[in-house]
Design a protein around this ligand. Structure first.
Ligand SMILES: Nc1ncnc2c1ncn2[C@@H]1O[C@H](COP(=O)(O)OP(=O)(O)OP(=O)(O)O)[C@@H](O)[C@H]1O
Ligand SMILES: [Mg+2]
Length: 411
C-alpha cells in the first residue's frame, strides 16, 4: 500500500490517541525528570552542607569553627553575597558569631566590629517580634545597620530565627549586593537549613557548657588546693613551729636535776618537728613549689628523681607554658608514674614532652603488664577531665602484656 510520507496509516491512525497520550506522558516525565533532578540536586547540596557542619559537631570542634562552617555552607547554598550568624544580646544589640563572604565580594565586615544595634526596622528586629523569617530591602532600613548596608551596596537582607531549646537565640542573616531581590524561596531554604542547624548549635552549646563546667571544676579544684596549701603554710605550720620553739626554750630552762621532764620535753619537740616536716611535705604535694619557681621541666625532673623505677626523661628545652597547662601536665605525669609503681610492674618508663609552636604533646610510657582501665579507678578519668577542660585530648593505650602509654596533646 502506497502511503504519503508523514500521512497516518490505518494502524497509526488507530493508535493516534495512544501516541498522543504517550507523547504527553513522556513530556510530563521529562518535565518531572528535570524538576526532580533539580530538587534532588538541591537536596543533595543541602545534605552535603549540613553533613559538613554535623561532622564538625561530631568531632567536637569549637563553636566558632562550627558557626563559620555553617555561615559558609548556607551562603553557598542560597547564593548569598554575605551571611552572618548573630546572637541576641540582652541590651538590644546583636553579636556576630560568624561572618562569611562569597568569593570575589569586597571584604567589608563584620559590621561595627561585630556588635550592632538591633533597631526597630531590621529583619532581625522583625524576627524578634514575630519569631519567623523576615526579609527587607536595605533602602527601607533606617537604623544604623541600614546605613552600613547602603554604604556597601547591599540591597537586601533576609533573617531567619535560630531557636535553641525553645528560646530565640539569634538569627542567620543573608545579605545580597545590588538591587535584585533574592530568589523567593530563600527564606524557606534558610529556614530548613537553620532548623537542622539548631541541633549543631545545641550540641556545640552543650559541649561548650560541658567544657566550661569541667574547666570550672578543674580550676576550682586547683584554686582550692592552692588555698589549702597557703592555709597550711601560713596557719597550722607556723603555729606548730612557734610551739616547737617555745617548748625548746622551756626545755632549756628546766634545771638539770629534772632529767625526766627535760627528756619528755625534748621528745615532744622532736615529735613536733617531725609533724611540721610532714605537713610541709603534704602541702608541697598539693602544688609542687618547683613548678611555680623553676617551671615544668625542673618539676618533672624532680618527680623522676623520686621514682624508684628508672625513667627516661626527654623534654624539648625552651619556653614556659601557661600556668594551667604546666599544672595539668605535671599532674598527668605524677598520676601516670604513680600508676606505673602501683599497677604496672614495669622495669622502665619514659616521659617525652614536645613543644611545637602552640601545641604541646606529652607521652608517658611503661613496659609493664598493660590492661589499664579508667573504669577501675578515678585517677585516669580525672586526668581526662583535666586535659579536656583545657581543650586537649588524652589517649590511653594499654594492651594486656604490652605496657601502657598515656598521650596528651594540648593546643
Ligand atoms: N600503667 C598501668 N599499668 C597497668 N595497669 C594500670 C596502669 N595504670 C592504670 N592501670 C589500671 O587501670 C586502673 C585505673 O587506673 P586509675 O589511675 O584510674 O585508678 P587507680 O590507680 O586504681 O586509683 P586512683 O583513683 O587512686 O588513681 C587501675 O586500677 C589499674 O588496674
Ligand atoms: Mg591511679
Amino acid at each position: 500500500m502506497d502511503t504519503q510520507a508523514g500521512a497516518p496509516t490505518g494502524a497509526t491512525r488507530a493508535h493516534g490517541p495512544l501516541t498522543r497520550r504517550l507523547r504527553a506522558l513522556r513530556n510530563r516525565l521529562n518535565v518531572t525528570d528535570h524538576s526532580d533532578c533539580g530538587e534532588i540536586r538541591r537536596l543533595a547540596e543541602e545534605r552535603g552542607a549540613l553533613q559538613q557542619v554535623a561532622t564538625l559537631v561530631a568531632r567536637g570542634s569549637s563553636p566558632s569553627v562550627i558557626f563559620n562552617a555553617a555561615a559558609c555552607a548556607l551562603g553557598g547554598l542560597i547564593k548569598a553575597d554575605y551571611t552572618a550568624i548573630n546572637r541576641y544580646e540582652g541590651d538590644r544589640t546583636m553579636s556576630i558569631m560568624a561572618f562569611w563572604r562569597a568569593p570575589g565580594t569586597p571584604d567589608i565586615g563584620p559590621p561595627f566590629g561585630g556588635r550592632w544595634t538591633l533597631g526597630d526596622d531590621t529583619p532581625s528586629a522583625a524576627v524578634l517580634r514575630g519569631h519567623k523569617p523576615s526579609s527587607r530591602a536595605s533602602a527601607t532600613i533606617r537604623s544604623d545597620i541600614g546605613g552600613w548596608h547602603r554604604a556597601h551596596r547591599i540591597g537586601h537582607a533576609v533573617a531567619c530565627p535560630v531557636i535553641v531549646d525553645d528560646d530565640l537565640w539569634g538569627t542567620m542573616t543573608a545579605l545580597y549586593l545590588g538591587t535584585d531581590p533574592p530568589e523567593c524561596d530563600v527564606e524557606e531554604r534558610m529556614g530548613k537549613f537553620v532548623e537542622l542547624l539548631n541541633c549543631a548549635i545545641i550540641q556545640a552549646k552543650t559541649r561548650c557548657e560541658l567544657i566550661t563546667s569541667r574547666a570550672r571544676l578543674v580550676t576550682g579544684a586547683d584554686a582550692t588546693r592552692r588555698r589549702i596549701e597557703r592555709d597550711l603554710h601560713d596557719g597550722a605550720q607556723q603555729r606548730l613551729i612557734s610551739l616547737a620553739l617555745r617548748l625548746r626554750e622551756a626545755e632549756e630552762t628546766v634545771p638539770p636535776e629534772h632529767r625526766e621532764l627535760r627528756q619528755r620535753l625534748s621528745e615532744a619537740v622532736q615529735d613536733l618537728t617531725g609533724t611540721v616536716d610532714e605537713l610541709r611535705e603534704l602541702s608541697a604535694g598539693l602544688r609542687p613549689p618547683a613548678l611555680a619557681v623553676r617551671g615544668l621541666d625542673a618539676a618533672l625532673a624532680q618527680l623522676v628523681a623520686r621514682c624508684p623505677v628508672p625513667v627516661e626523661l626527654n623534654i624539648d628545652a625552651g619556653r614556659r607554658l601557661d600556668e594551667e597547662i604546666e599544672v595539668s601536665l605535671y599532674y598527668v605525669v605524677s598520676e601516670a608514674l604513680t600508676n606505673v609503681l602501683k599497677h604496672a610492674n614495669a622495669s622502665t618508663a619514659s616521659i617525652d614532652l614536645e613543644k611545637e609552636n602552640t601545641r604541646v604533646c606529652l607521652t608517658v610510657r611503661d613496659d609493664g603488664v598493660g590492661g589499664a582501665d579508667p573504669a577501675r579507678g578515678s585517677g585516669l578519668t580525672g586526668l581526662r577531665d583535666r586535659v579536656e577542660a583545657l581543650g586537649g585530648t588524652i589517649k590511653i593505650t594499654s594492651p594486656p602484656g604490652h605496657g601502657t602509654s598515656v598521650v596528651v596533646a594540648i593546643g
